[in-house]
Design a protein around this ligand. Sequence first.
Ligand code: O2Y
Ligand code: MN
Length: 600
Amino acid sequence: MAIMTPPTPHSKLKAWVDEMARLCQPDKIVWIDGSEAEKKRLEEEAIASGEVIRLNDKLFPGCLYSRTALNDVARTEHLTYICSKTKADVGPNNNWMAPEEGYRRAGEIFKGSMKGRTMYVIPFSMGVVGSPFSKIGVELTDSIYVVLNMRIMTRVGKKVLEQLGADGEFTKCLHGKADLDVNKRLILHFPEDNTIWSVGSGYGGNALLGKKCLALRIASHLARKEGWLAEHMLILGIEKGGKTEYITAAFPSACGKTNLAMMIPPEGLKHKGYKIWTVGDDIAWLRVGPDGRLWAMNPEYGFFGVAPGTNAKSNPTALATIKKNTIFTNVALTKEGGVWWEDGEGPAPAECLDWQGKPWHPGMKDAQGKAIPAAHPNSRFTAPASQCPSISPEWENPKGVPISAIVFGGRRERVAPLVYEAFDWNHGVYVGATVASERTAAQVGKLGEVRRDPMAMLPFCGYNMADYFGHWLDMGKRIPKPPKIFHVNWFRKGSNGKFLWPGFGDNLRVVEWILSRTRGEGEAQKTPIGWVPTPEALDLSGLSLPEGAMDQLLSVDRDDWVQEVDSHNKYFDTFDGRIPAELRRQQAALKDRLKEAVAA
Ligand code: O2Y
Ligand code: MN
């Protein structure tokens, strides 16, 4: 085996790399230094092996194109496990495997799996290197694609090793493609060992271990231990009159977090001079600051966004971000060496190669007569956050940014109004704990079925969610000046089955009301579920909504909510008696308020 001298005095790190190399038996070990020369070398090697293709440098300078294995196109939640000592500790929200069994089963797959391959050692930092908010991980991987993506999504290399010093703490992340066989795929988290083992997948959330695995599943466990919050939230700055206020927002996957994080103010509000700043689009780490407020930082360094649906209307900022130095995965490849995806920019190319590398032309149908898409619905771009035109000047502030409001949201055709404000922190935790979304055609399962996704963390909370709710309630006691908590629903439909709210940039109208409430301004009416804006409280200048739309958007239907609140209780029952009493109390209080409302 060719071994580089490890560029670190950290004996535990070196011993662990040795141990993992004995298990996986790579031909070569390469330590990633994060330099530009290294990037060039890796790209050339990946192009030579056919793992990636260079796009037309005139159209997409510095961009690469990649296709995954056909069976490896998304996170595989059913193969994702938390390997804590006891099953009760991971809760009904996670798959559980005993740690010994996890190491044994994955160990068998890893054994000898890197023969003939190189093992890359990627020291990476989630958060600005050296910030007390940040966490360090080291990912071992046999995939150049993973190395190239990790270089965009995290801060990597020499500076991270320097920060780690001779004995710093780090998360041990082992990743291997093995045979890319779904039957030999496991994504395992060992929170008690600060370790992640992922084998058999080379894609996205399964393989870029800094993201969902470390920054959410392992970090949520660390956050509970250390008294902070690791959340599936975007971070947005809203500047007006020289002052910037910040909010975080949690939405289930595929509910438009990246679009909201990069929104453009609507025409009708332009005269107010708003400027929107993107701090992060997917993950927020939140801590109590010395001033008693909650401060948030984005632990990531890039965006791993969904390509289909990204266009000049939905997200012009994202389009500008991905013009250069971006990796495109599973989109369509055009004859000119460019990329294309459904609901993107421009008409479909007359002919191109689809995400599987097969010739494609518009109107192609499968045997069942269903349209064949050119790009996979979960195709992605990986782009440096620094290239985003709306990136906040504060995004690398090691202290983070102070948060005025936390927003939860789901996708509901009815029930949830456009926006409402929780009465206080504990009620806000209840609102977050009962977030739900209806399944869309893009998801596996019954269309329209309501799936609870508390705080949008269902696939990402690394321990029992009942204990997670308890941690949120405890945090409330530790934040002297807590942000206000809100719920939004951009997806409410009218009786004609059409969306009532235009969404995108117009969501700023709702955010504007939210911020006004955090300042003690903004008109609202008290309802059983929380404070709802009065119809005049939202600035709708320049927006023409169908007659009666605003009333429908802001209505709280008692019968719908009586059913809803009962389903909250049924959901809580799935946690085997571990739900904090405070959440049951909140549920009973909401039920009482609904009863009072009908009596009044
Ligand atoms: O499909 C994947 O592997 C990626 S999933 C993802 C990627 C970026 C941001 N969020 C998500 C998510 O599922 O929430
Ligand atoms: Mn996400």
